[in-house]
Design a protein around this ligand. Structure first.
Ligand code: ZN
Length: 397
């Protein structure tokens, strides 16, 4: 089966995850894709299984001694941010750089979506404008399956190859129940990036901050010198944070505090932030600033009106990888051998690979040829997906 056919089969299965669900997988339908992948792995004679949490694993046994055991990982779920059922993909051959009409209401032009300029002359797959495409991350899955099929047919000598398909990456739980007892790779790659050639090994350090603000409510008619309005305090708290440390003013390696939620009444108010920074020292300083503002306001008002709870959620994998860059170097050489130019941008987000790296499995992220993730303008380049397969083949050589 060719990679395009695989990809189209996978995107037609609705695998949207659901943040509000407590189960794993968060949605039972992710197992529909899991079962198909299991069947395909078995058809390729690759020992494989699905565990009770919906993770699918396979292992291609080594054919020679003395080579590293390498893992390849992609996620099965699609983002809850856009409709994911009834995906109706369309192939555009030799894309000429013009505006693409997705349907009668929706068009996509390279002026707005610069990523289209990366695929001029290539065969691309787009949506019908009503759903996301699911290239994130079914492009990764199709690449790994096509790669696995090619390994089984070839006689390339290789070490142990592990394959992992995870649920619920989009809701931040993909690494939670990853079976490292089975997955005994020296290092692995998530195939979950965008442009092919991308080798990502730096991501944000991430934390969330929950601020509880306690006011002192009094009937407004007799409030003079007594009322402390929690909502006013919330605004005061926010106004003391550095104004340009805001996602709307940052890029590259610049960190931010993002106000993601705000509710309140006179008596109590809540602010929720996410904090992000690639640099560990800056990240800690950002957190300290929240406590400083708390202390200042508590002192100013004379009681503990502000409570700050900060939880770190994931950390920059580079802190671990910098001690041993073998996985990154190997990917870089393989990319060049496959005739693709390697590049590494810092990820302005997190990946399951970051979590896995901290769990003991170094896992940088590779480009797949998918673009504009999490929405109706998502598309995938067939040429780039095929190049990604070649990169994986070079990696195991
Ligand atoms: Zn993804």
């Amino acid at each position: 089966m060719d990679i395009v056919k695989r990809f189209i089969n996978y995107v037609k299965i609705d695998t949207q995850s659901n943040e509000r669900s407590q189960t794993c997988p968060s949605t039972e339908k992710q197992k529909d894709l899991g079962n198909l992948l299991l069947k395909e792995l078995k058809e390729l004679q690759i020992p494989s299984f699905m565990d009770e949490n919906g993770y699918v694993y396979g292992k291609i046994n080594k054919t020679t001694e003395g080579k590293k055991a390498i893992g390849f990982i992609a996620h099965m779920d699609t983002s809850p941010d856009a409709p994911g059922a009834n995906v109706n993909p369309r192939i555009i051959k030799h894309y000429d750089g013009s505006t693409i009409k997705l349907n009668k209401d929706l068009s996509m032009s390279p002026d707005t979506f610069e990523s289209l300029r990366h695929v001029i002359g290539e065969d691309i797959i787009v949506t019908d404008g009503n759903t996301l495409l699911g290239a994130d991350d079914k492009a990764g899955i199709a690449i790994i399956m096509d790669f696995a099929a090619k390994v089984m047919k070839s006689n390339i000598p290789h070490g142990d190859i592990y394959i992992g398909f995870t649920p619920d990456e989009e809701i931040g739980r993909g690494a939670d129940l990853f079976d490292l007892e089975f997955f005994k790779a020296d290092f692995a790659y998530t195939l979950d990036g965008s442009k092919v050639g991308g080798i990502e090994y730096e991501n944000f350090n991430a934390a969330s901050a929950a601020i509880k603000i306690i006011g002192q409510s009094i009937h407004p008619g007799s409030a003079k010198n007594k009322l402390i309005n929690a909502m006013h305090l919330a605004m005061e708290f926010h106004s003391m944070l550095p104004p340009f440390q805001n996602p709307a003013f940052t890029e590259g390696r610049e960190g931010f505090n993002h106000l993601s939620g705000m509710t309140g009444e006179v008596e109590v108010a809540y602010l929720n932030y996410i904090l992000r920074n690639h640099d560990m020292k800056e990240f800690k300083r950002q957190q300290a600033f929240f406590y400083d503002v708390r202390d200042y306001l508590n002192h100013k008002y004379g009681y503990n009106c502000i409570e700050v709870t900060i939880k770190e959620s994931y950390l920059n994998m580079y802190e671990v990888l910098k001690k041993d860059m073998t996985s990154v170097e190997l990917a870089r050489e393989a990319t060049i051998k496959a005739g693709v130019e390697p590049f590494s941008d810092p990820i302005r987000g997190g990946t399951d690979g970051a979590r896995l790296t901290y769990m003991g499995l170094p896992t940088p992220n590779l480009g797949t040829g998918g673009f504009n993730f999490h929405g109706r303008y998502e598309f995938a380049s067939i040429n780039q997906m095929k190049k990604a397969v070649n990169i994986c083949l070079e990696i195991i050589k």
